[in-house]
Design a protein around this ligand. Structure first.
Ligand code: ZN
Length: 389
C-alpha cells in the first residue's frame, strides 16, 4: 500500500509549493508537483490518495533536548517531574527526540533514560539519548562517555553537562577538554555525532570555558554544542561568537518574561538568521519534561514550570508572526538538527528520508502527524498512545 499526500503546501524544509508526496515502506519515495499522481502512479499498486487541500506539510520536528524520563527534583524528590507521555511528543509534531538526564543524575540513571527512549520507539517516535548528566565525572552505563557512545546504539553523544550554573560540578577547562575529547573520538569510532551537548546556566562566566577550550585544544568546534544560549543577552552574543568559529548553538523554547534579560527563542532565531552567520549552525529545542526553576540569590528554588514539547510549534508560529518566512525558520527545528546530529534520514521530506511528517492546521498546530509512514495523529485524532494513557 502506497500513500499519496496530494495538494500539500510543502516545506521540505525549503518551500516547494503545491506538491504531491509519495510514501511507502515507511519512507518518502518521491516528491513531485501536486496532481502528478497520474504520471507517477502505477495501476499495479494500491494507492491511498489523501488530499491535503493546500495545508502546509513540514518534516517531523527533531528535538535535541527533552527530559524523556522526567526532569527536575531541585526542591526535593517530590518535585521530580514525571516522564512525559508519548502523546505529548506526538501532539507537538515531534517525531525525533534526543533524551537526556539533567540536574538529577543521582536518582535518575542512564539505564532508565535508555529505557525511556526504547519506550518512545515502541510508540512510533524515533528516540536517541545523550549520556551523562549535569556533572563531571559523568553518570554512564559502561563506565565512560566513550564506552557509552561506542557501545550503546541509542547514545549519540554526551550531555547536558552543565557550565556556568550553581548546579554544575564547577568543571575545569581540563575536565571540559577531556569530556569533549571522549565525545569526539567515540563519534569517530561509532560513526555518530559525537557531540558534547552543554547546558548553559545564568552564571556570568557564560561560554568562557568553551572559548578557552577552542583556543587550547585540537577538538573541532562542532563537538561543543551549547544550549539555552538565549537565556541572557550577553550569553547569546557569546554564542554568536562561537558560531562564527564553527560551533552549532541551540536555543531553548522556554518562556521568557518581558523583564528578563534573555530572548524568547523566536527572537533569538531571528537575530541569529539576521547575523550573516551560516544559518545551518542554529537549532531550537524544547527542554520538554524538564523543570524550569526559578532560584533565589541563595540558590533555593522558589518556583518552577515544566518544559513542553508543544513550545516548538508555538515558537515556529511566533517566528512567522515576527516576519520570518517558514522556510527560513524551519531548518532550525528539522534539517539543521538532523545534520548536526548525523541522523541522515531525519529532518527532511525528500526521497529516501523517513516518512516523518506534520500537517499544520489552524494557528500552526499539528493537525496530523506521521512517523515512519504511520499516522500517529490524524485530523486532530490521536491514533497512538502509550500503555498508560
Ligand atoms: Zn538544561
Amino acid at each position: 500500500m502506497l500513500t499519496l499526500l496530494d495538494n500539500a503546501e510543502l516545506y521540505a524544509p525549503e518551500e516547494r509549493g503545491l506538491s504531491a508526496v509519495w510514501i511507502g515502506g515507511g519512507r518518502v519515495l518521491a516528491v513531485g508537483p501536486a496532481g502528478s499522481a497520474a504520471a507517477a502512479g502505477s495501476a499495479a499498486l494500491a494507492v491511498e490518495r489523501i488530499d491535503l487541500e493546500g495545508r502546509r506539510l513540514i518534516p517531523g520536528l527533531v528535538d535535541c533536548h527533552a527530559h524523556i524520563s522526567g526532569g527536575g527534583g531541585e526542591d526535593g524528590a517530590a518535585t521530580k517531574v514525571p516522564a512525559p507521555l508519548p502523546s505529548q511528543f506526538i501532539g507537538a509534531g515531534v517525531t525525533s527526540v534526543v533524551g537526556l538526564l539533567g540536574t538529577d543524575d543521582v536518582t535518575r540513571s542512564t539505564g532508565e533514560l535508555l529505557a525511556a527512549a526504547r519506550a518512545l520507539r515502541e510508540s512510533g517516535i524515533s528516540a536517541w539519548c545523550w549520556t551523562g548528566g549535569y556533572h563531571l565525572p559523568p553518570t554512564t552505563l559502561t563506565g565512560s562517555l566513550r564506552g557509552d557512545i561506542v557501545h550503546l546504539d541509542l547514545v549519540i553523544g554526551a550531555g547536558e553537562i552543565a557550565l556556568s550554573d550553581h548546579r554544575s560540578s564547577q568543571p575545569t577547562l581540563e575536565e571540559l577538554l577531556k569530556a569533549a575529547a571522549e565525545c569526539h573520538l567515540a563519534g569517530l569510532l561509532a560513526r555518530k555525532a559525537g557531540v558534547l551537548h552543554l547546558h548553559l546556566g545564568d552564571g556570568a562566566r557564560g561560554l568562557g570555558l568553551v572559548a578557552a577550550a577552542l583556543e587550547t585544544g585540537e577538538i573541532p568546534a562542532r563537538v561543543y554544542h551549547p544550549t539555552h544560549v538565549n537565556r541572557r543577552a550577553a550569553l547569546f552574543e557569546e554564542a554568536l561568537g562561537l558560531a562564527a568559529r564553527g560551533c552549532h548553538v541551540d536555543l531553548t523554547a522556554f518562556p521568557v518574561a518581558e523583564d528578563e534579560d534573555g530572548f524568547p527563542a523566536e527572537v533569538a532565531l531571528q537575530r541569529f538568521l539576521g547575523s550573516g552567520l551560516p544559518a545551518r549552525r542554529v537549532s531550537v529545542s524544547s527542554d520538554g519534561g524538564g523543570c524550569l526553576p526559578v532560584f533565589d540569590e541563595q540558590g533555593r528554588m522558589v518556583s518552577m514550570e515544566v518544559g513542553q514539547s508543544a513550545a516548538l510549534l508555538e515558537t515556529l508560529s511566533r517566528a512567522e508572526a515576527l516576519g520570518l518566512a517558514l522556510e527560513a525558520a524551519l531548518p532550525a527545528f528539522t534539517s539543521n538538527v538532523a545534520d548536526h546530529l548525523r541522523l541522515p534520514r531525519k529532518g527532511r521530506i525528500a526521497p529516501g528520508s523517513d516518512a516523518d511528517l506534520v500537517v499544520l492546521g489552524a494557528e500552526g498546530r499539528a493537525r496530523s502527524v506521521m512517523a515512519g509512514g504511520e499516522w500517529l495523529l490524524r485530523d486532530g485524532v490521536l491514533l497512538r498512545r502509550g500503555p498508560f494513557e
